[in-house]
Design a protein around this ligand. Structure first.
Ligand code: SF4
Ligand code: FES
Length: 222
């Protein structure tokens, strides 16, 4: 299928405006811990370019991302692409081009258009603490990492989402105190240290931090 014949996302047909993109994207990125850059002229320029690409391709790719032609791969760089690069973006406080910046950055002027390599520990925002009450667990993607974050009596713990039995999603499991029970066949893991009764089947855990009502998972970038 040629690019111009690609189906358009229903919400982004012809006639889509910069304001439409803002209305769609702002709440979406807010849930991921981001907001539009405070440099509104820059924001409008990037979105204008995205609209031109929408006309040509049928979707909202940003000008700084190079499409591969593979629809599955390219789906990862449809704007906003934050879920797929959450770890790298947390390390630079912005997405690649700086259209979006972390919510707690007050002035985004220094975060325009620079793409950097990220190394070391980064704090990736995952959700607002109030969204996951005590006794609940939620699955989050942090870059390529598949992670489950649990609230145990107001304290947050992060562990691998992937059950070592048959790869069940622990983030969709059932909490019993500090223990999560895998929804598929019931293996139990202590979310505080990733341990289970099954031999050699403990899962990796991650440090967390809560700041201004937001939960961050600390991941290591190599
Ligand atoms: S890098 Fe920023 S502007 Fe580009 S697709 Fe990702 S979120 Fe959108
Ligand atoms: S996959 Fe988790 S218990 Fe089987």
């Amino acid at each position: 299928m040629s690019e111009s014949a690609a189906p358009k996302r229903r919400m982004f047909g012809s006639g889509t405006t910069i304001e439409d993109l803002k209305v769609y994207m702002a709440p979406f990125v807010d849930r991921l811990g981001y907001k539009f850059n405070t440099e509104t002229e820059f924001v409008d320029e990037v979105l204008e370019s995205e609209l031109e690409i929408l006309e040509a391709t049928g979707d909202i790719f940003c000008p700084c991302r190079v499409r591969s032609g593979d629809p599955k791969e390219d789906a990862k760089i449809v704007c906003p692409c934050i879920p797929f690069f959450r770890d790298q973006f947390a390390g630079i406080s912005k997405c690649w081009c700086g259209l979006f910046i972390l919510r707690d950055v007050e002035d985004g002027a220094d975060l325009l258009g620079v793409i950097e390599e990220v190394h070391g520990a980064v704090e990736a925002p995952v959700f607002l603490a109030e969204d996951v009450p005590p006794g609940q667990i939620r699955r989050v993607k942090i870059g390529k990492r598949d992670v489950a974050v649990a609230n145990v009596d107001g304290e947050f713990f992060a562990l691998s989402n992937v059950c070592r039995h048959a790869f069940g999603p622990l983030g969709e499991g059932f909490m019993d105190g500090p223990v999560v029970m895998c929804p598929w066949h019931g293996w139990r893991y202590d979310v505080r240290d990733g341990t289970t009764d099954h031999p050699n089947a403990d899962v990796k855990t991650y440090e967390t931090v809560v700041r201004d009502g937001e939960v961050f998972v600390i991941v290591e970038m190599k």
